[in-house]
Structure formats: structure tokens, C-alpha cells
Ligand binder design. Structure first.
Ligand code: ZN
Length: 309
């Protein structure tokens, strides 16, 4: 098993600001507009590539009044998107033009990276990669296909100690250790280009995370289907002493969750059935979709959700 990252889920502030940033500023497709199944008075947004393939999906719980989070150990520090290397100049220019907070280019593991923040202060970056120009891309006004984002490279987790989390990555999810630079050790899912990297940063004693707007809530790893997911959960329990939740049906995938040894909440999400299960592929994200059990309450739910511009 070596499937990489399925999605990253984070907490955001106001829904409209979040929607505008990921669709217009970053040019992602609004793949699904639904509600938080566990808190249906709030949205759950999904942004990704044209089809919402695993490894491209960033999801948010936007809360109008969310207090800002504070980064700390036991948390995802950064999510990295892939862009063609020649497009980094385009993006620096776009960030200046759009007032996006960003830093200077830096080198990591021989790659050029442009760190930036979303409007809630969430840490993101673009990594410039050679040879990905021809990969399919979703396009919006102002972002030609040649410059568009091509899914995740991966995430960086900020941990007090990395050993036990590394063991889960390699033993359960099939990642391999690539190398270490400073305090960061890189793991890769062999053969997986989109969402195939997890960097573990060992911080030692550091402030614990305080979740809030701009914080990543969890990172989901891929399982092809229920059987593969069950095998992973079994391995977690038997070989790592890590219990996971019962399976939850998220309509677009089926999930189990567990607290990874370093404190980050992990999910294992199936590739099946995907986002075209309840609306046509060419209309993804255009209508508010509700799980069957909440459909009877649609009118009331629509009344409390913030209106989207
Ligand atoms: Zn999730």
C-alpha cells in the first residue's frame, strides 16, 4: 500500500472569504458545497482539481466567528501545492497583485518553494517542479492552464518527536524515508506524484497547538477501498497500539480516524465513490448537497448558512 494523501481539512473564518481565496485567487475548482455532517449549520467546502481527485482536495469548515489558531506541536504546519517550476514568477507576481502574504523563495530538498498564507493565516506553499506542465489543470480567469496548481505535493507535520509517526507512515501507509535536511525528514509514497510527500519536522519541546481559524484539522490518507482501509486499521491496532474510529460514511468517501502518535489527527479515506456520486461531473460545486439524513431539514439548514456571493 502506497497511496499518499487523500485530502487535508482545515478550519477557516468567514465562508465567502475562504471561497474567494481558493477559487479565484488560487484557481481551484469548487468541487463540493455541503455542510459539516456533524454540525449541519455550518458549511463544508471542498476545493480541488477538475474531478476532485484524491491528492488535490483541500476542505474547510468555515466558521464566521472562528478565533485564530496558533501553530504548535502535534499539528500540520504547512500544505504544499505543486506548480510548474517556470510558473513561480507568475505566482509571486499574482501574490503581490492580490495582496497575498508571502515570503521569499527558498530551497528545500533541492526544490524551489514559495511560502504564503491564506486569509486566515494558514501556512501554504507552492513548490516549482519540472515536467508537470502537461498535467491536466482546472483553469479560471487570470490563471492560464500553464500556471495552474497541480494538486498537493504534500504536508509538513510539526512534531515533538517524529519516530512513532514515521513508523506509521512507513509501516501502515507504505511511505519510504527519502532523507533529512536540518530538522525535517522527508517521506515519500513510492510512485505517487500527487500528495506523495510527508515532511516530519522534529521541534522538540515547543508550545502545543491551539486549534482555530487557519489550523489544519486533520490529514487524510488514501485507501483504495473498504478492504484496504480495514487492513490498515487492523495494522494500526495490532502493530502500533493505535485504535481508530468506526467507519463513517462521508458520502464522497468512507472514513476512519485515529490520533497519530505525534498528536496530529489522521484519517484514512477511501478513493470510492468520489465527488460525482450526487451531481454531474460538469456541475460539481454548483448546488448545496446534503447527506440523505439531512435532506428533510434542507429549508432550515439553508436559512442558517451564510449566503455565498
Ligand atoms: Zn477528512
Amino acid at each position: 500500500m502506497a497511496n499518499g494523501i487523500h485530502h487535508v481539512t482545515a478550519i477557516a473564518g468567514p465562508a465567502n472569504r475562504n471561497l474567494d481565496f481558493y477559487t479565484r485567487v488560487l484557481g481551484q475548482r469548487f468541487v463540493k458545497k455541503t455542510v459539516n455532517f456533524d454540525d449541519p449549520g455550518t458549511y463544508h467546502f471542498y476545493f480541488g482539481d477538475a474531478a476532485g481527485r484524491p491528492g488535490t482536495i483541500m476542505t474547510f469548515f468555515p466558521w464566521e466567528q472562528a478565533a485564530p489558531g496558533r501553530l504548535g506541536v502535534g499539528e500540520t504546519q504547512e500544505t504544499v501545492y505543486r506548480v510548474p517550476k517556470a510558473s513561480l514568477g507568475f505566482w509571486m507576481h499574482r501574490f503581490v497583485e492580490q495582496g497575498v502574504e508571502h515570503e521569499d523563495l527558498e530551497q528545500r530538498f533541492g526544490e524551489t518553494v514559495l511560502p504564503f498564507r491564506d486569509p486566515d493565516g494558514m501556512r501554504l506553499s507552492l513548490v516549482g517542479l519540472e515536467g508537470i506542465e502537461q498535467e491536466e489543470a482546472w483553469t479560471v480567469d487570470g490563471i492560464p492552464a500553464e500556471h495552474a496548481l497541480r494538486g498537493f505535493q504534500g504536508v509538513t507535520l510539526l512534531l515533538e518527536r517524529i519516530d512513532a509517526t514515521a513508523a506509521v507512515l512507513t509501516n501502515v501507509f507504505g511511505f519510504e524515508k527519502l532523507g533529512t535536511q536540518g530538522t525535517v525528514t522527508r517521506y515519500k509514497a513510492p510512485g505517487i506524484d500527487i500528495g506523495g510527500i510527508v515532511d516530519l519536522r522534529e521541534a522538540g519541546q515547543f508550545l502545543p497547538a491551539r486549534p482555530g481559524a487557519g489550523s489544519v484539522h486533520h490529514v487524510a490518507f488514501r485507501a483504495a477501498n473498504d478492504a484496504e482501509q480495514a487492513a490498515m486499521a487492523e495494522k494500526l491496532r495490532k502493530e502500533h497500539g493505535l485504535p481508530s474510529t468506526e467507519q463513517k460514511d462521508r458520502d464522497y468517501f468512507r472514513s476512519v480516524y485515529f490520533r497519530s502518535p505525534g498528536g496530529v489527527l489522521f484519517e484514512i479515506a477511501t478513493d470510492e465513490p468520489g465527488f460525482a456520486v450526487d451531481e454531474p461531473a460538469d456541475q460539481l460545486g454548483t448546488a448545496l448537497k446534503l447527506p440523505k439524513g439531512l435532506e428533510p431539514y434542507r429549508a432550515r439548514i439553508e436559512q442558517v448558512l451564510p449566503e455565498l456571493a
